[in-house]
Ligand binder design. Sequence first.
Ligand code: PMM
Length: 312
Amino acid sequence: MAPEPAAAAPAGPAAPGVPARADGRCLVMGIVNVTEDSFSDGGRWADPISAAAHARRLIAEGADIVDVGGESTRPGAHRVPEAQELERVVPVVAELAAGGATVSVDTMRASVAAAAIEAGAAIINDVSAGLADPRMLPTCAEAGVAVCLMHWRTDRFIGASGRAEPDPRGILAEVAEHLRARADAAVAAGVAAERIIVDPGLGFAKNADDNWALLNGLPELVAMGAPVLVGASRKRFAATVLGGPAVPPTAADPATAAITALAAAAGAWGVRVHEVRPNVDAAAVAAAWAAGAAPNGVAADGDYPAAPAGGA
Ligand code: PMM
């Protein structure tokens, strides 16, 4: 498959406030972790030069968005000092945005968000959904950028979120309610409703059953109305289809692509992935399947043409 151009995704009519593709297909967000210790790729692109090169590779493979993060959220990870997060993230964002890429920034700090927006970021991806830093939502509102609000039940934010224990009604009800509440908080802070993306937070304080239940319930989250981002890539639960979690995270890449196809078919706005190319293909398969037609009017003959008249 030919790589798509390294350009910003055009805004589609269905989602005026967030990036969208003109053809309406599920977006692929490539992950660029400028970190020492992220779950599957920590340390591989820990300096801005190799991170930007990696991001350019992902864009050449067809990523619609690149998500740049300077702080790992893996269990037990310590917070990175603010100055270090800024040093890791801002130069990468500036370079990619100057090249025309649509850049998202994975941060829980309003100061990092503000600097990244200044450098050209179009989306702030906050895994705390604005709970870690009270300035985050007002900062996004003032800048007029899109914001991704993710579900994460963690004692880091107990005071702010009010929930420390699982909801007895089940994970889907908990996630839906939390995302609705955080979206309301974002709107109250001045974020335009059409700029809000929500994310069930697969793998964040959730067991494998929780994650599969959330994917099973994805249509319900999509029906809430906001664009939904799904981050299953290389997470431990995805490897459960391989017979157990004791496999390297990259072994879950084929399962990730299958999840992408199914998530796209269920109406996901985007998927956040490490490996771009197979996920672009998976999203394209879902789009062609839904359309009942070849993508972009591509003509292709059948593999087994009809036998010539008279028979062979
Ligand atoms: N997962 C990780 C980090 N950031 N952001 C969003 N919106 N959704 C996710 O599922 C998500 C995220 C952790 O994965 P990584 O360490 O492999 O990047």
